[in-house]
Design a protein around this ligand. Structure first.
Ligand code: ADP
Ligand code: ZN
Ligand code: ZN
Length: 817
């Protein structure tokens, strides 16, 4: 009998490929193992075995595989089931899902570049002969492709060898950035606790009369602490008192001063003993009980708890119970921005059971977590991760927690699979018969709607932990402030006064501006010309720091023009404002205070978030200016004031979710204020203080917002009442994309009539020299989603059978919001 396997290859082709295998291979190969297979004329791919069978393909002569790469399946049955669901639901191929799911080190292919790991001094004697040949070749050449390796070794079966070299850390794959975070350890000193009373202090100073230098240090410490009300760094004390580190050492030895470090390394578990989870207060206990009870009847529970209500402590209890039942936990976070603080908290309770998984980690680190989960090791029993962690090889999942479930970054926009990690995780949990808990202070309309439909159960916590008051939110009328000349730059007098008070008391301020850069529009005062990106249909944004004009769509940048390109006038004006400009203005308004900025531009590098967090926590930053990144779960006890610089640009954003989003963003950022004893303050600057959303934000009226917005969604046929599928066409030639989109729109309208919108040009209709057209399909309740998708795929196939449309790219995006 002949034996075959169907293989998933990580490329966007609809079909799986069938290969021939020998009898002995058939006895060994299992679903989920990797195989190296030839493809096309000369390509090699790593594929995943999807099916082992005996049916030869009807239309082509199958090739043989090169070899089997695994001894045991790398991907389990749950995962393959999930991949199929994703491919079906999000209308993409299994190959695309595979590429998203596996860490890149698992997928070697002809185009992969292999590079020597120069970080590691290699003991050549430990290398096998073949390995040594490759190692040596890399001494002369900076990188090798798989084909080169095949040439050097004169054999086809090289992938296992390369995998070995990767494991031995002799080589790595080029796309990985090897960066290690070495946290700075900062030394602080304070007066020993024996001397805190006035009397003791006086006695101390008296005793130091014959050691004037030491006395000077103590006095300086006293002054700095009184002025800044912050921890005092050793380095600062040395420079201010003009002393030496040896005198400080003496004072520490004499136990007059006490030294301490603020712990900075939050990624590695530091091996401290774990502590028991906290005892819940009565609101939290009620919530926990209600969640557990609801799990009897529902697979998914939404925990709607205001910011700082102690949701994380409730999650911890559920995690604890799941560990006791010996099952795995997946804890999803929208962005890794939050993980640092959370991981420390979870590690304190669960020690080394906690693993972290996200895309900023190197492929090596991801491979390690993958293997730990695959082998069900206890150190990966709890995985905290961003959206891609839904792809890990769980075999025994008991609980999925999706924190900040409303966050948009759970949705992947590009490339395919364009999946929503929340919805995918709920599916994953179902497959494992596990329970899912969604948590948010500002739930998405989708989830809340599912509660109303009784698909999810609801649990609420309406007060902050420890009776901390919700922040006091005030609206500032910018129109009035400008009229009465109460503005300095983009700051109203009210905001400036509040900032001054908070800063003088040694506390911190967060300022939120939803745009990065200095100013979004640069315009000639004489002729009105605004410099445009040559590749995209947008104006360039001015970045003062680099004195550049940049395109936020393609990264194009030029030096800032001195004269207008159109008329030569030197009067060029900047309109609107971004985080950079706010940062500059704060520096002028509050010289002497430290300002930092958190946006895409300052956080590109691995660990740059962590560095900013650490600095904020150690109070080296007084004012943090940022985009929505600052809204995400930061928990800092010294932030007393939050300023939202301009609410209107958010509210006016052309998107059907703009109002919902603005509500969520503003309440989340407001939630950063006053998380401890004193009540926090929030100021929202706006031209429209009577806007319904702003009123709802200032009164924390979620239900009012929900009712209003659902009304709109109903009237205008949007999610969650209607399902949405967005079809995007793109091509370099405008006429062709125009023609193609008209054809497609007409065909779709033939089937779905009114439920098809477009084709329309998006607000930015040309990006990287490609022209875009969008078509939106709205699917009413009761219309089968599966049938609709089948129909779309049929129309798509006819589309591509038309010759001149073949080069047009079509992007399908299910739940495109
Ligand atoms: P949320 O996740 O709802 O924003 P957190 O879980 O971060 O809230 O809780 C806010 C703060 O209150 C944290 O500093 C947390 O340690 C503290 N806290 C919450 N619940 C308890 C508890 N039961 N005992 C002690 N401290 C708690
Ligand atoms: Zn001009
Ligand atoms: Zn551009």
């Amino acid at each position: 009998m002949e034996h075959f396997i169907d293989v998933i290859i990580p490329i966007p082709l609809q079909r799986l490929f069938t290969y021939r295998i020998s009898v002995s291979e058939a006895a060994f190969i299992k679903r989920g193992m990797r195989v190296a297979v030839p493809f096309g004329k000369s390509k090699i791919y790593t594929g995943i075995v999807f099916k082992v069978h005996q049916t030869p393909p009807a239309i082509y002569e199958p090739k043989e595989i090169h070899q089997i790469l695994d001894e045991k399946p790398l991907v389990n049955g749950f995962q393959l089931e999930l991949w199929e669901w994703i491919a079906g639901y999000y209308m993409c191929t299994l190959g695309e899902v595979m590429r998203a799911a596996l860490p890149s080190a698992f997928i070697l292919e002809s185009e992969t570049n292999i590079v020597r790991n120069t970080d590691q001094a290699e003991d050549e004697n430990l290398l096998e002969d073949d390995e040594f040949l490759i190692y040596e070749a890399l001494q002369h050449q900076s990188s090798l492709k798989i084909q080169d390796v095949i040439g050097i070794l004169d054999k086809k079966q090289v992938l296992p060898l390369i995998h070995k070299l990767i494991e031995k850390k002799v080589v790595y794959l080029e796309e990985e950035v090897i960066e290690k975070y070495k946290p700075r350890l900062i030394r602080y000193v304070k007066l020993h606790s024996r001397y805190t009373s006035d009397v003791a202090m006086q006695e101390l100073l008296d005793s130091l009369v014959r050691a004037p230098k030491q006395k000077e240090v103590v006095l300086t410490l006293f002054t700095i602490a009184a002025r800044t009300k912050k921890p005092v760094k050793v380095s600062e004390l040395i420079s201010r008192s003009g002393t030496s580190s040896s005198i400080i050492r003496t004072l520490i030895d004499k136990e007059i001063l006490e030294e301490y470090h603020i712990k900075t390394d939050r990624i590695e578990f530091s091996g401290e003993d774990t502590v028991p989870t906290k005892t819940l207060n009565s609101l939290q206990s009620q919530a926990l009980k209600s969640i557990v009870d609801s799990f009897e009847s529902h697979d998914v529970v939404l925990l709607h708890g205001v910011t700082s209500s102690g949701k994380t402590e409730v999650y911890s209890k559920l995690i604890e119970a799941t560990l006791e039942r010996n099952r795995q936990v997946l804890y999803l976070l929208p962005e890794i921005a939050l993980t640092a603080q959370l991981i420390v908290r979870l590690q304190r309770y669960f020690g080394d059971h906690v693993s972290v998984y996200h895309s900023r980690y190197t492929s090596h680190e991801r491979v390690e977590v993958w293997n730990n989960v695959l082998h069900e090791l206890s150190k990966a029993q709890i995985v905290v991760g961003a959206r891609s962690s839904v792809f890990l090889p769980f075999s025994n999942l008991g609980l999925v927690i999706i924190d900040e479930e409303h966050e948009q970054s759970y949705k992947q926009f590009d490339p395919a699979p364009r999946y929503h990690a929340r919805d995918t995780a709920i599916m994953l949990a179902k497959m494992h018969k596990a329970k899912t808990l969604l948590g948010s202070a500002t739930p998405s309309l989708e989830s809340y709607y599912n509660v109303k439909q009784d698909k999810y159960a609801l649990t609420e916590i309406n007060a902050r932990y420890n009776k901390v008051l919700m922040p006091d939110i005030q609206l500032i009328d910018l129109k009035d402030k400008y009229k009465r000349r109460r503005m300095k730059g983009h700051f109203s007098d009210t905001l400036i006064e509040a900032m001054a008070e908070v800063l003088h008391s040694g506390h911190q301020v967060i300022l939120f501006q939803n745009r990065r850069g200095f100013s979004p529009i640069v315009e000639c005062v004489t002729c009105g010309h605004a410099p445009q990106c040559p590749n995209c249909d947008v104006s360039l944004t001015y970045h003062q720091y680099k004195n550049q004009l940049r395109c936020h769509y393609c990264g194009y940048h030029v030096a800032m023009h001195l004269n207008c390109e159109a008329c030569g006038s030197s009067q060029i004006d900047a309109k609107g404002f971004g985080t950079e400009q706010i940062e500059e203005e704060v520096k002028t308004l509050f010289p002497g205070y430290k300002v930092a900025r958190m946006d895409l531009d300052t956080t590109r590098r691995k660990y740059s978030y962590e560095k900013l967090f650490t600095a904020l926590e150690q109070r080296e930053i007084d004012v943090l200016v940022g985009t929505q990144m600052v809204t995400k779960g930061l928990d800092f006890r010294h932030v007393k004031l939050v300023g939202i610089m301009n609410a209107d640009s958010m509210l006016n954003f052309p998107d059907f979710r703009a109002h919902e989003r603005s509500f969520q963003l503003m309440l989340q950022v407001a939630g950063r204020a006053g998380r401890t004893d004193e009540r926090g303050k929030v100021f929202i600057q706006t031209y429209n203080p009577y806007h319904t959303i702003l009123q709802q934000v200032s009164t924390n009226n979620y239900l009012g917002m929900y009712a209003d917005q659902m009304n709109d969604r109903y009237n205008y046929k949007y999610s969650p009442i209607y399902k949405l599928i967005k079809i995007t066409l793109k091509h370099r030639d405008y006429n062709r994309v125009e023609l193609a989109s008209k054809w497609l729109g007409k065909s779709l309208r033939g089937l779905f009539s009114d439920c098809v919108l477009g084709p329309e040009s998006p607000p930015v209709s040309r990006i990287r020299n490609q022209y875009y057209k969008n078509i939106l399909i709205k699917i009413p309740k009761g219309q089968s989603l599966t049938k609709t998708k089948e129909a779309i795929i049929k129309i798509n196939n006819s589309f591509f059978s038309i010759k001149e449309f073949r080069s047009v790219k079509i992007i399908l995006n299910v739940d495109n919001f």
